[in-house]
Design a protein around this ligand. Structure first.
Ligand SMILES: C[S@@+](CC[C@H](N)C(=O)[O-])C[C@H]1O[C@@H](n2cnc3c(N)ncnc32)[C@H](O)[C@@H]1O
Length: 340
């Protein structure tokens, strides 16, 4: 085992509230409830995605096109949300090169917003909120492009979730995995010290005070989700909002201690977990102010972030990656083995 499993920590955290479901199922149900509540304002609450990611997605899309060597794209956007990743692909690839686009998400409300945006760009896209339907073999051939953006950290078992998609992915599929939190930042002592030294400087940026006030004007939704989940029978006692927040962003490490406890994601460890199934072809890390969005610290601190980045280009606190299906290994049975 490369790193401790955060699910054990989560089980301990949940015990006082009498969860009625195993952790993995609870994580899925809470994510569904939470994203249903946030579908309408998701795009306005996450400006960092729209600011940081389009250039990275342009680069990733180019890699996918090179890898597919002229084949038309059959795209599956897993955890499509409001359609950000699909939009990026549609911006860079002319529609005639796209044979099929399916947006899958467990939140019907997120998918409804997705449809309202993607239908205009690619009218034949389909939308699916049912994993069994998604995972039944498509008649027109398996998907050759898998998209995920900011999804893996919501999953109880990210590796297992991707592997469950294998039946609908082609042997030469490319996987563009955008914007996941990386535990490598807090695991790196120098990055950590830089964060500890400068985190207070967010107090110098007035916009951050408005952010702090936002929940007073418009509740974060965690308490509402806690109440809904409890009245649906998922808990015997209503958990506080912070427990719901932990279940939603299950694999995010917010500190060195959490990174050490197994929260967070590390592309090097994922590459080991995926060794038999996916090869890591390309990776970029960014965000050198931990969980504080770099735009929310003064420019002088951002310059220090660039120095840290130059020194540790693989240890930013977010990452994007491109993976391709590992070449199938041909397993020889004893009677088929080499003869001497
Ligand atoms: C942070 S949002 C990102 C959405 C979109 N990919 C984007 O980049 O804007 C995460 C999305 O993953 C979905 N999600 C969470 N757990 C999931 C699961 N187990 N299966 C499918 N989708 C899931 C949520 O409903 C939500 O729409």
């Amino acid at each position: 085992v490369l790193q401790p499993e955060p699910l054990e920590e989560i089980e301990k955290l949940l015990r006082p509230y009498g969860p009625a479901l195993p952790v993995a199922e609870l994580v899925e149900e809470i994510n569904r409830l939470f994203h249903d509540v946030h579908a309408a304002d998701y795009d306005t609450v996450h400006p960092e995605i729209f600011a940081q990611l389009p250039s990275l997605w342009a680069e990733m899309t180019e890699l996918a096109m090179a890898n597919l060597a002229g084949s038309r794209l059959r795209v599956l956007d897993f955890g499509a949300g409001t359609g950000f990743a699909s939009e990026q692909i549609l911006r860079h690839v002319p529609s005639e090169y796209i044979e099929r686009l399916t947006c899958y998400d467990l939140s019907e409300k997120m998918l409804a917003v997705c449809r309202s945006k993607i239908d205009r760009l690619f009218p034949s896209a389909s939308y699916c909120a049912n994993f069994e339907v998604l995972n039944s073999n498509p008649s027109s051939g398996p998907y050759n492009v898998l998209l995920t953006n900011s999804v893996l950290h919501h999953l109880a078992d990210p590796v297992g979730a991707i592997e469950k998609l294998h039946p609908v992915l082609s042997a030469g599929a490319v996987w563009l995995a955008g914007h996941e939190p990386s535990s490598r930042f807090f695991a790196n002592e120098e990055c950590r010290k830089h964060f500890e030294r400068f985190k207070w400087t967010k107090l110098l940026v007035p916009r951050n005070y408005l952010e702090k006030l936002r929940p007073l004007v418009k509740p974060t939704g965690y308490e509402g989700v806690a109440a809904a989940a409890t009245s649906n029978g998922m808990f015997r006692r209503m958990p506080p909002g912070r427990v719901i927040s932990r279940l939603v962003d299950l694999r995010v490490a917010y500190s060195a201690q959490e990174a050490a406890a197994g929260f967070g994601m590390d592309f090097e460890k994922l590459a080991v977990d995926f060794a038999e199934t996916w090869q890591l072809k390309w990776v970029r890390t960014y965000s050198f102010m931990g969980d504080i969005y770099e735009s929310n610290v003064p420019s002088i601190v951002r310059r220090r972030c660039r120095e840290v980045e130059l020194k540790f280009p693989r240890d930013g606190s977010n990452f994007c990656a491109v993976w391709t299906r590992a070449t199938q290994k041909i397993l020889l049975g004893p009677e088929e083995g080499p003869t001497h």
